[in-house]
Write a protein that binds this ligand. Structure first.
Ligand code: EPZ
Length: 465
């Protein structure tokens, strides 16, 4: 593809910005806990691992942190407001630390109050729309810089996103939407370069698939565009709604988030705000499933029960007892659980991110379960690890047929992606004997104080190495 004029200048400019980064990062206050808490390499250079002695019931109360996938959209969204945004209930995880670095690199002044899960982003001084470095490739959500930069500057150079390997993860729907809003897009050596003559304009955009990232990226791009944008077949995930609420708090006009038609009337300017991220439905679902898997009794607190209806329904179908209040869900299980069929779907269907942990629990449920993964084709990488523990799983394309076995036995396991890592933690808690989990960098990307929370519920878990 053609490289646009002035690109060389822009790369030079980016190098200058990288120089700036060191200075601004040094000037930040209170950031270090975020970075040090999430390293999966020990000081001796040996790889850290988690050791679990399985077979203990999880019992007690666990408080859920802020939603990773909402946080990773809202933080780049702050670039659209030329002001100061204070974001509360942020999970202190590696993906947030990476975004902190990227925002700083762009010229934002970032402060972090890790103890109170809060960060501020002063984006008034941001004057760069280039996000090209290895950090971008370490996470999927860096694609939100495309929408945010296009919305603010009418142009951007953003390295194509990385993230967990779940099979092909195209961004054609994002590109199609940016083009409909008037951007010329070039992909050059792994960098998406977008240009507009005079900024973006509103457009009618129809999504061929229900896409979380595509829907959020179009909202980010459209909030400051000239005119009205209509998104048809929009994704309805809670993180889409949370991002829309954040943007509206900053003065945007987004209507209909949470339905399949979203209308965005472009505004000239957006201001800073204080905003609190929703609780993480995936972390909450993981603890609900772990409670059932260990035949435990856990109050999962600081949640929005409506976000978790598919999980609650499935656990009840399997024989667990689920009760809920305004902001908590209690899961109790004992004895045998029943097999069930699970099909992953966009919200409000059963989340693909919770397919690995529910499959772990189904591996010891009585009978044959059929799990059908409709979102990401490579989401069964954990199954080979589970089979090391004695699980009986037959895979055929996107279908897993799971014949429940009496028990899992401890083994040495390798996390293959973030949600697979969490699922393997659940398997270790359920198994008889000692389980060792490696490749912790995946788990650290998305779960705050995971082992501490499990330990507080009575799980025998320790990070070593
Ligand atoms: C988001 O990924 C989440 N990531 C994922 O969580 C989550 O599993 C996924 O949504 C589905 O809920 C973040 O929020 C950062 P999609 P995303 O666009 O946006 C296809 C985690 O561990 N598609 O909703 O990449 C795509 O291939 C992660 O937290 C296109 O074909 O997912 C998939 O089959 C893993 N073209 C389906 O749509 C496109 O342009 C849904 O993908 C975009 C997507």
């Amino acid at each position: 593809m053609a490289i646009m004029a002035a690109d060389t200048d822009r790369i030079q400019q980016q190098k200058a910005v990288r120089g700036n980064f060191t200075r601004k990062a040094d000037a930040k206050q209170g950031v270090s806990p975020l970075y040090s808490a999430t390293s999966s390499r020990s000081l001796t250079g040996d790889e850290e691992y988690i050791e679990i002695i399985g077979g203990k019931r999880l019992e007690g109360h666990v408080t859920i942190s802020g939603a990773k996938n909402a946080a990773v959209a809202v933080i780049p969204g702050a670039l659209l407001c030329e002001g100061i945004c204070t974001i509360n209930n942020l999970p202190m995880i590696r993906d947030v630390a990476v975004l902190d670095e990227l925002m700083t690199m762009l010229g934002a002044v970032v402060t972090c109050d890790a103890e109170n899960s809060s960060m501020t982003f002063d984006t008034r001084g941001v004057d760069c729309s280039i996000v090209v470095n290895e950090l971008v490739q370490s996470m999927r959500a860096s694609y939100y810089f495309m929408g945010a930069m296009l919305g603010r500057f009418g142009c951007c150079d953003v390295a194509l996103p990385g993230g967990c390997n779940l099979g092909p993860r195209p961004i054609d729907q994002h590109i199609k939407g940016f083009q409909a809003m008037g951007a010329e897009i070039y992909i050059d050596d792994g960098v998406l370069r977008a240009r507009t003559a005079n900024g973006l304009h509103g457009a009618d955009i129809y999504f061929d698939v229900s896409t979380v990232g595509g829907t959020i990226n179009m909202m980010l791009a459209a909030v400051r565009a000239e005119g009205t944008t209509t998104l048809v077949n929009a994704n309805k995930d809670p993180q889409v709604v949370d991002t829309a609420n954040f943007l509206n708090t900053c003065g945007a006009q987004v209507r209909g988030a949470g339905t399949d038609i979203i209308k965005i009337r472009g505004v000239k300017r957006m201001h800073g705000c204080e905003y609190t991220i929703i609780p993480d439905p995936i972390e909450a679902g993981t603890f609900m499933i772990a409670a059932a898997g260990t035949r435990g009794d856990v109050y999962v607190e600081n949640v929005i029960p409506a976000h978790l209806e598919a999980v609650s329904a499935k656990l009840i179908e399997m024989g667990a007892k689920v009760t809920e209040g305004d902001d908590w869900i209690r899961v109790q299980a004992e004895g045998e659980l029943r097999a069930a069929h699970v099909k992953t779907l966009p919200h409000p269907g059963f989340l693909t991110d919770l397919q690995p942990p529910i499959s772990v629990v189904l591996s010891t449920a009585k009978g044959t379960s059929v799990v059908s993964e409709t979102i990401f084709e490579a989401r069964y990488a954990y199954a080979a690890e589970l089979m090391k523990m004695g699980a009986n799983i037959v895979l055929e394309d996107r279908i897993a047929v799971i014949q429940g076995v009496e028990k899992l036995r401890g083994a040495t396991l390798y996390a293959t992606d973030l949600r697979a890592g969490a699922a393997l933690m659940v398997s270790g808690l359920m198994a008889e004997g000692r389980t060792v989990i490696k490749n912790l960098e995946y788990i650290d990307r998305g779960y705050e104080h995971f082992e501490d929370k499990i330990r507080a519920l009575g799980g025998d878990v320790e990070r070593k190495g």
